[in-house]
Design a protein. Structure first.
Length: 466
């Protein structure tokens, strides 16, 4: 099916619950301008929105569209209310998806979605502004309107036999913006999966546009909660999750609670240089959970950050941190800080990065010490732990440089530092790397417990330090 409007294509097919636009094969919506798509779409082939010259086009919908396709789905940008996509193949949206709000129950999906780690999440596009993308699903999961069993095989009413083989289960997204607070993002290729499909990664490239009017632009997934709570973000990949260089997944909130961020990947999670995962809040930070059977890697200057009681947990086979990367859960008010738990069955290698819970209050201040909550604990369990010291000049630092390669729970106020517990076969601290739970204020230092069944090595000093 091809629909072309040299000026406009505007589809509204939501007057009846069984209304929809149905095609037994490919569905192409073509227009010189963005395509209006207030409808439920079913396609037995690929789904594509394009311009008159064949380049990718844009889709908008004041109401909630639901798109079900047996093949691959692609368009450039989307603007509208809650969006649900179930694709038997890949989903490629290289531009920006902007979710403006929720929609009526009759035009949305409300489901309990199982995740690959055995947990479940609730999706409801009528109660929350929602982006719901499920790629690589079994063809039987792409239900057809008016009682027909499925799209993708067999005879379609009206004649003709059709079948479209998907190319992959991959997902490529440029950027996502959830405009209202308290929304939800789900991107998965683990929902009722078709295991025969290749290329099962989820890529967040950060191409597209950032939120209009925001003082700090975010390219990637912008789930920040302005004047409310941040949105929940869940990515569940059959292969890897890749967050590109200088891109972010951000569920922070200035006034409310930040949204929880969960990344689950069978084969690995890679965060590019200067990328960030941020669930910071001046109130209560969100929990951040990364889980994979492969490696979690943090590039140079990459950060994973929460605050105010938000916890960080990473479960993997390997964890690597490049220079000046950080995993941090600071205390920012009277609420106690969250805990950091790192479990890697093979090894954890911190090459100039930092892991820390802290309370930072400038000792040079003449103001009375404010009340702070205590910092959280750090627990590390791995086969081999290797920390390598690193230093870089920094005029912003009171000592003139920044160091890396440390695991710390530090306070400079009247709060108490958290405890650090490390369990490993081998522990190596090289080039001046440190493990400490210290205080330079009125609070108590924390305990450091190190259990190594084979080896503990402490050698060298940080290059370039006094």
């Amino acid at each position: 099916m091809e629909l072309q409007g040299n000026r406009v294509v505007d589809i509204f097919a939501l007057n009846h619950p069984n209304s929809g636009l149905v095609s037994g094969g490919d569905m192409v919506l073509r227009s010189a301008n963005q395509v209006g798509g207030d409808a439920h779409f079913w396609s037995g082939g690929n789904f594509r929105v394009e311009r008159l010259n064949g380049s990718l086009g844009d889709l908008y919908s004041p109401h909630d569209p639901i798109i079900r396709v047996t093949g691959d789905l692609t368009f450039n940008n989307y603007v509208g209310n809650s969006l649900h996509i179930l694709a038997g193949g890949s989903v490629v949206v290289p531009g920006t998806i902007v979710i403006l709000g929720a929609d009526a129950p009759a035009t949305t999906l409300s489901e309990t979605i199982p995740l690959s780690d055995g947990t479940e999440i609730e999706i409801n596009g009528s109660t929350q502004p929602t982006l719901d993308i499920r790629a690589g699903v079994n063809p039987s999961a792409v239900a057809v309107s008016n009682g027909f069993e499925q799209i993708g095989s067999g005879n379609f009413p009206g004649g003709g036999t059709f079948f479209r083989t998907p190319t992959s289960a991959g997902v490529v997204i440029g950027s996502v913006i959830i405009v209202p607070p308290d929304g939800q993002v789900l991107i998965t290729n683990q929902y009722l999966p078709n295991p025969a499909l290749p290329t099962p990664d989820i890529l967040i490239t950060g191409r597209g546009i950032s939120r209009l009017g925001a003082a700090s632009p975010v390219l990637g997934i912008d789930a920040r909660g302005f004047a409310g709570n941040g949105s929940l973000v869940t990515l569940d990949a059959r292969g890897r999750i890749l967050l590109f260089r200088e891109r972010s997944i951000d569920s922070s909130a200035e006034l409310g609670q930040s949204g929880n961020i969960r990344l689950i990947a069978a084969e690995g999670i890679a965060l590019g240089n200067l990328a960030s995962i941020n669930a910071y809040s001046e109130n209560r930070g969100g929990d951040i959970n990364l889980s994979t059977n492969g490696e979690v890697s943090l590039g140079i200057g990459t950060s994973i950050l929460t605050s105010g009681g938000g916890n960080i947990q990473i479960q993997s086979a390997q964890l690597t941190m490049e220079p000046l990367s950080q995993i941090s859960a600071p205390v920012n008010n009277i609420r106690d800080g969250g805990n950091i738990t790192l479990r890697a069955s093979d090894f954890i290698r911190v090459d100039g990065g930092n892991v820390g819970t802290l309370v930072a209050f400038p000792l040079s201040s003449t103001d009375p010490l404010p009340e702070f909550g205590d910092t959280g604990d750090i627990r590390i369990e791995t086969g081999k732990l290797e920390l390598t010291g690193f230093v870089i000049p920094a005029s912003s630092s009171p000592i003139g440089f920044l160091t890396g390669g440390d695991i710390t729970s530090d306070v400079t106020s009247n709060a108490d530092a958290g405890d650090i517990t490390i369990t490993a076969e081998q522990v190596r601290l090289l080039n001046g790397a440190q493990i400490r739970a210290s205080t330079s204020g009125a609070g108590n230092a924390g305990n450091v417990t190190l259990r190594a069944s084979d080896l503990v090595e402490v050698a060298g000093r940080t290059p370039g330090t006094p």
